[in-house]
Design a binder for this molecule. Sequence first.
Ligand code: NDP
Ligand code: 13P
Length: 340
Amino acid sequence: MRIAVLGAGTWGSALTILLNNNGHELTLWTAVEKEYKELSATRIVKNLKGIKLADNIKITNDIKEACKDKDLIVFAVASPYVRMTARKAAPYIDRKIPVVNVAKGIEEDTLMTLTEIIESEFEAENGDKGTVTVLSGPSHAEEVSVGMPTTAVVGAKSREIACMIQDAFMSDRFRVYTSPDIIGIELGGSLKNVIALAAGVIDGLGLGDNAKAALITRGISEIGRLGMKLGGRLETFAGLSGIGDLIVTCCSTHSRNHNAGYLMGKGKTMDEAMAEVGQVVEGVYSAKAASKLAKANNIDMPIVEQMNKVLFENKKAEDALNELLLRDKKDEHSGFDWDE
Ligand SMILES: NC(=O)C1=CN([C@@H]2O[C@H](COP(=O)(O)OP(=O)(O)OC[C@H]3O[C@@H](n4cnc5c(N)ncnc54)[C@H](OP(=O)(O)O)[C@@H]3O)[C@@H](O)[C@H]2O)C=CC1
Ligand SMILES: O=C(CO)COP(=O)(O)O
């Protein structure tokens, strides 16, 4: 297949390597002129230490050249750039070919997911939303790029398209499942970043493994409550793009969200932590959107609420934690049948 990957960041580059190793013909588009010049000259991926792109991978910063005559387009730019990239690419993308979004986020102003944003930009350009899908799961680029094994799930409206994308990405080191639950996959992938920030805070404060396991468990409970209200399926939140991605992001040293939270737990401000991490920290962008969605849908998301206060209201992480622990007593889940 002829495949374009839009976004030559850590994840876009790792997937380019995976797809190239699978025998496809790859074009990697970089948005930023300076990045394009550097990458073209060295072929070294900045944040994947020592990894070089193979000579047969075409690198471009011309969006038309990237998108025309392709069989598959992968959207891998960070969430704040998805709308502008979709707008730029829209005139050159054949609406019949599948587009796979692999970024994780929710737009703060509109509360749209990233596939919804791409569809809306495509529709605005020529009235056709196109064939937009999602791929997500526990998949840090640092491991995928060197062939360490993992699994992911592709979400698409039709089984035929899902299977086509499954075939394109699947390798003996990257196992891909299929699902029709696009909204569930996208919400799991973006909301887990907010919980991962909180997991980093817990580690930064030195609160131990029990506290983190508790946070992960109550975190997926929050994600599932909101996600199901918005149309996602329980099984998706219990799956690879839900609990699977939440666990790895809360526990991996590769996670930018966890690392940013860790620095905040050590007393840094959000801006200092983001600057020190030096790559996109998606949870910071998704936190406000998650809180707005929770309020609009009348869903209780106490971890998300406290994380927003730590991020944007200078609340001390210790105070946020105390407030979580001292909430009103309640059942573990709502709707239990008790023998009275
Ligand atoms: N890193 C990982 O392990 C994983 C990341 N993801 C998700 O993938 C997405 C990208 O993350 P990642 O690659 O790690 O991020 P990086 O910080 O490594 O890269 C940032 C990305 O944003 C793009 N970008 C920056 N400025 C602009 C701009 N002005 N216009 C358009 N694009 C721009 C960059 O484009 P360019 O380099 O082309 O200039 C690059 O693709 C995120 O949503 C993340 O959550 C998902 C799974 C794994
Ligand atoms: O989504 C990811 C892994 O699946 C990447 O998480 P971070 O953005 O926290 O590094």
